[in-house]
Design a protein around this ligand. Structure first.
Ligand code: ATP
Ligand code: MG
Ligand code: MG
Length: 301
């Protein structure tokens, strides 16, 4: 097969591992920078050109679209879909996953457990918003934050009000969430391929910190998840329409709560924590699904 990895940086761990695994399994791989693709949108023959050449020969695309290039990256992926090329995760599902508000709305509609979450755009109703999510302590998050930056724990109502007002004053989009104290600064990353959790790890925040992000000094370790956690993670990925996903859960008194569903989950942390060859499992999955996909043109979205 000829597989394209839609990635801006060939040297990234995840991209490297996918290239290695695909080659090991006898496939041809090419890394494509979405921002260097230009497209011809016409009704009889959609085309993608790349550095002066037309891209016509791919059987499957692995999208590894960074958050900062979601818009254009998804447009390129959509063009591949219109050409009948199989995409490991579809453009519609990826753009959905990049919008935290939309994602949580979708998950709640499907009955997936999550921390009580409020959104508002004006500071006028902050008091009622806080009551709605159960009062302090609360976690306040910038919608466009990543790697734990822009995630604040407000322990008192006064602190919460000031932080929310400050963010809103800066015209930042935020959400306010019930703080799941009993998670103890840990979350669980479930790595999904198809309809299975193929690996999971626990990330524990460092002493004195509630954010478990590895970028914030958290540490990863192996964990056995419960059947309920497994079921929840699978349901969340399915609700989002993602074949490959990283579902982040918090362990709460009322069971597993989904924090977010990632459509380009990194391989480094999870491969190192579990010792599993996840890149090869992804390629194997593509071999199976591409065969089923042949001929079907996906042009949704
Ligand atoms: N409601 C909550 N209750 C307890 N802990 C939380 C809550 N929300 C977030 N955390 C902790 O803070 C960390 C960062 O939060 P979150 O994952 O929402 O933001 P982020 O990592 O910046 O976003 P992204 O993963 O999209 O980059 C989580 O991994 C978790 O450890
Ligand atoms: Mg996170
Ligand atoms: Mg994320």
């Amino acid at each position: 097969m000829k597989i394209g990895v839609l990635s801006r940086d060939q040297s990234l761990y995840s991209t490297q591992r996918l290239i290695e695994a695909a080659q090991q399994r006898g496939h041809e791989v090419e890394v494509i920078d979405a921002l260097r693709c230009y497209m011809n949108i016409n009704s009889d023959k959609p085309e993608i050109h790349y550095k002066g050449q037309e891209l016509t020969h791919f059987d499957a695309i692995i999208p590894r679209i960074g958050a900062s290039v979601t818009f254009y990256g998804c447009a390129v992926l959509r063009q591949f879909e219109m050409m009948g090329v199989y995409a490991l995760n579809g453009s519609v599902a990826i753009s959905r996953s990049r919008d935290k508000l939309r994602s949580l709305q979708l998950l709640s509609r499907k009955g997936v457990g999550m921390p009580i979450t409020g959104f508002a755009s004006k500071p006028d109703d902050v008091k009622d918003l806080l009551d709605m999510v159960g009062g302090a302590p609360v976690v306040i998050k910038l919608l466009e934050g990543t790697q734990g930056i822009g995630v604040v724990l407000a322990e008192t109502r006064k602190a919460a009000e000031s932080v929310i007002e400050a963010f809103m004053g800066l015209k930042a989009n935020i959400m306010v969430q019930e703080y799941i104290k009993e998670a103890g600064g840990a979350d669980i990353r479930c790595f999904i391929i198809g309809d299975k959790v193929i690996a999971s790890m626990k990330r524990q925040a460092q002493e004195g910190e509630f954010r478990s992000n590895l970028h914030r000094g958290g540490s990863a370790s192996l964990i056995r998840i419960t059947p309920e956690e497994r079921k929840t993670a699978i349901k969340a990925a399915k609700a989002m329409g993602l074949s490959v996903a990283g579902v982040d859960l918090l362990r709460s008194e009322r069971g597993p709560l989904v924090m977010e569903v990632n459509s380009s989950p990194g391989l480094e942390g999870i491969e190192k924590a579990t010792g599993k060859d996840i890149a090869s499992l992804i390629i194997e999955f593509i071999e199976k699904t591409t065969a089923q996909h042949k001929g079907a043109v996906r042009a949704e979205g």
